[in-house]
Design a protein. Structure first.
Lengths: 343, 343
DNA sequence: CTGTTAGCGCCTTCAA
DNA sequence: TTGAAGGCGCTAACAG
C-alpha cells in the first residue's frame, strides 16, 4: 500500500511520466543544465509551471545535509533590545536566503538546553545565541561544537575561551558618559551597576574608573553600587547613594528601566531632575524619549547592528570563509548619545 | 564515489551493523516498540548513547511530509505588540513540540509574498500571519490554501470571507473607556482615531458611538478626528480638538504613542493633565507606566494571549480536530485597564 | 520477536 | 543529449 504524503504536490517523477522522459532529464532541465535540449527544457518548464511544481525542499535538505536555516536562541523576545536584534538577524539572514528558527529561553537553563537540542535535531546550519542570565553550564554548546554546528554568541556571551562572538563593549560608552558628566562639572558621580558577576557590569565599572583616571581624579569605590535591577533594588541603591556624605549630583544607571525607576525615586524625594541630580543611562529601549525626564544622555548598544554582525559572522563561517576553529570575537563600540536638553 | 554528507553523525544503519541486527530492529528499539526484546532494546540504546546517536529529523520530515514547524509572518518584530505576540506564539508552539520559523514583512507586500513562498518551500505545517499595512492582494495566501497549508491570521487580518482568524475587538474596550470617562463626568470627549480605512479605527469609532448611545447622549461627529499617527498628525488633531467651541475635557487616543505625543502638546499649552484634560489610550506598549503622565486608563489588547490563541487554533487545525474549511474566527474582547491615579 | 524491502523526492554518477 | 540506477536516513508493511 502506497502512502500518500505529499498532499498531491507534483514531483519531478510526475512531470517525467507525463512527458515520457526520465526524471533525471526533468531534474536537469529544471536546473538549466547545459546538456539539455532547448526543446525539452522548454517543454519541462512549461509543464512544471502549469502544474505549479515546486521543489520539495525537505527532500533537498535531507539529501544535501543542509537546511539553510539558522537557529536563534534568546532570553526574551519581548525585550526591546532583543526584538531589535532579531530584526537585524532576520533581515540579514533573509537577504542571504537563510531562514530563521526561533527559540526563547526565558533565562531558564533547562529550556535553553532543550531548545538547542531541538535546533540540533532540526539540523540548523548554525546558531546565534544570547545566553540566559543564569546559565553557567555550557555543555549544550559543547554538543553543538561536536556536531560541527557553528555558533555565534552575541551580547550575552559565555565566559569561554574559544568561541565566536559579537558584543558591544560598554567600557567606551561608559567612559564617554562619565566624561560627559565631568565636563558638565559633576564630581560626585554615582553608578547603579548590575550584578557583579555580569560581564556587562564589569565593563561599566571599568569604564567609570578609566574615565576618572583620564581626568586624574580619584576613584571612590563607595560611589558604585551593585543592584539587582528590580525596582526595590534600585530604590535601595538610590537611598544609599543619596545618603552619602559627598553629595552625589549625577548617577549612571545600568539601563533605561533602572533610570526611570531612579527618576521616580528622586522625584519622590523632591529632587529636581537635571538640576539637583542628573541621570545618564544605557539605551536598551527606544522609549526614553517619551518619558517626562529621560536621562540626559544614553549609551547606545546597537542591537540591530549586533544582530547583523552576528549573522554575517555566522554566514561567513557557513560559507567556509573562515575555519570553524578560527575564533572571531567582534567587539563593537558602544556610543554615548546626548539627548536634547530642552525639555 | 559515495558522498559523505552527514558529517560523521551515526545512523541507525551503523548501529545495526555494529550489533549485527537489522535497521528496523534498531529503529523499533529506539522507539520503544513493544515487540522488541528487552535485551536487544537495551543493547541498542546503550550503543546509541555511546555513539551519541541522534535521529536525523530532516530525513523524517522528508519521509513523513511533516516538519513540525510553523511559519510566523509579521510586519515588524521590533514593535512591542508583535514582540509580545511572538512570545505567546513561540511559547505555545514550543510546549507542543513545534518550532517556529520567522519572517518580517516590514509592511512590504512583495517581501510578504517572498516570505510566504519561502515558508511554503520549507514545507512548514502551517502559518500564523499578521498582514502588512498596505497588503491588498492576497494571492500568496491563496497559494497556501491550494497547497493545503493552513493559515491563521491574527490582529491585522485581511478582508476575506473564508479565513481562520484571531483578533481583538476594540469596540468593547472603547465602550468601557468612554464609559469610564462619562462616569467621571466628562461630556465633551474627543477621539484621535487612526486612518479611516483601518478596521481598528472603525471599531474604535463604533465603540465610542455605542457608549454614548447607552448613556442616551447625543453623538457629535466633530469630536472624532482621523489622524495619521505621526507626531505632526497628533499635534494637528490636538490643535483642532482644543479649538472646538465645546470645551473638550477628555480625549481617547489611538494608542500609547499618540497619547504621549498628545500629552506633550497639552503640556506645552499649559494644560494640567488629569485636571484640565484627561487621556485614555490603547495599550500597545508596556511603557506607559514609566511616563510622567500616563493615560488615566488603557484598553488592553492582549498580544501575548492573541498569539497563544492563534497558535492553539492552528495546532487544532494541524491535528485535524477541525476541517480546514470549517472557518473559525475567534474575537477576543479588549479590556479597559484603569491605571493608578495617585501619581 | 526480528529481518527484508520498498519508498519518500531529488540529485548525481555512470553508461549509452 | 538522454536514461538508468543508486543512495541520502528513516519508517512501516510484510514476511518470516
Amino acid at each position: 500500500m502506497k502512502k500518500v504524503v505529499s498532499s498531491g504536490q507534483p514531483t519531478i517523477k510526475e512531470i517525467a511520466k507525463r512527458l515520457n522522459i526520465s526524471v533525471s532529464t526533468v531534474s536537469r532541465a529544471l536546473h538549466d543544465h547545459h546538456s539539455i535540449g532547448l526543446r525539452t527544457k522548454a517543454r519541462v518548464k512549461a509543464l512544471a509551471a502549469e502544474l505549479n511544481y515546486e521543489r520539495n525542499q525537505t527532500a533537498i535538505y535531507f539529501q544535501q545535509g543542509k537546511t539553510f536555516t539558522i537557529g536563534i536562541l534568546l532570553p526574551e523576545l519581548s525585550e526591546a533590545f532583543f526584538a531589535s536584534a532579531i530584526s537585524g538577524i532576520e533581515d540579514t539572514a533573509y537577504s542571504n536566503n537563510y531562514t530563521v528558527l526561533l527559540g526563547q529561553s526565558h533565562d531558564d537553563e533547562a529550556r535553553e538546553k532543550q531548545i538547542i537540542q531541538s535546533m540540533k535535531q532540526h539540523r540548523v546550519d548554525g546558531c546565534i545565541v544570547s545566553i540566559g542570565k543564569n546559565t553557567s553550564n555550557y555543555e549544550h554548546f559543547e554538543m553543538l561544537r561536536q556536531a560541527r554546528i557553528p555558533v555565534v554568541f552575541f551580547d550575552r556571551i559565555p565566559d569561554l575561551p574559544d568561541i565566536h562572538a559579537v558584543s558591544c563593549n560598554l567600557e567606551s560608552g561608559t567612559i564617554q558618559a562619565v566624561d560627559f558628566l565631568l565636563k558638565k562639572g559633576h564630581r560626585a558621580i554615582g553608578m547603579i551597576n548590575g550584578p557583579e558577576t555580569m560581564v556587562a557590569s564589569k565593563e561599566r565599572a571599568a569604564g567609570y574608573i578609566k574615565a576618572l583616571q583620564q581626568h586624574r581624579l580619584k576613584y571612590d569605590p563607595n560611589l558604585i553600587v551593585n543592584a539587582d535591577l528590580t525596582v526595590e533594588g534600585t530604590n535601595n541603591a538610590m537611598e544609599y547613594l543619596l545618603a552619602l556624605k559627598r553629595k552625589v549630583t549625577a548617577i549612571v544607571t545600568f539601563n533605561d528601566y533602572v533610570a526611570m525607576d531612579a527618576v521616580q525615586y528622586a522625584l519622590k524625594k523632591q529632587l529636581i531632575i537635571n538640576k539637583d541630580i542628573t541621570f545618564v543611562s544605557y539605551a536598551n529601549t527606544p522609549v526614553s524619549g517619551y518619558t517626562a525626564f529621560p536621562p540626559a544622555a544614553s549609551v547606545e548598544q546597537f542591537p540591530y547592528e549586533q544582530g547583523q554582525a552576528a549573522t554575517n559572522m555566522l554566514l561567513s563561517l557557513l560559507r567556509g570563509e573562515h575555519a570553524l576553529n578560527e575564533y572571531q570575537n567582534k567587539v563593537m563600540a558602544s556610543q554615548l548619545v546626548i539627548h536634547e536638553e530642552n525639555r
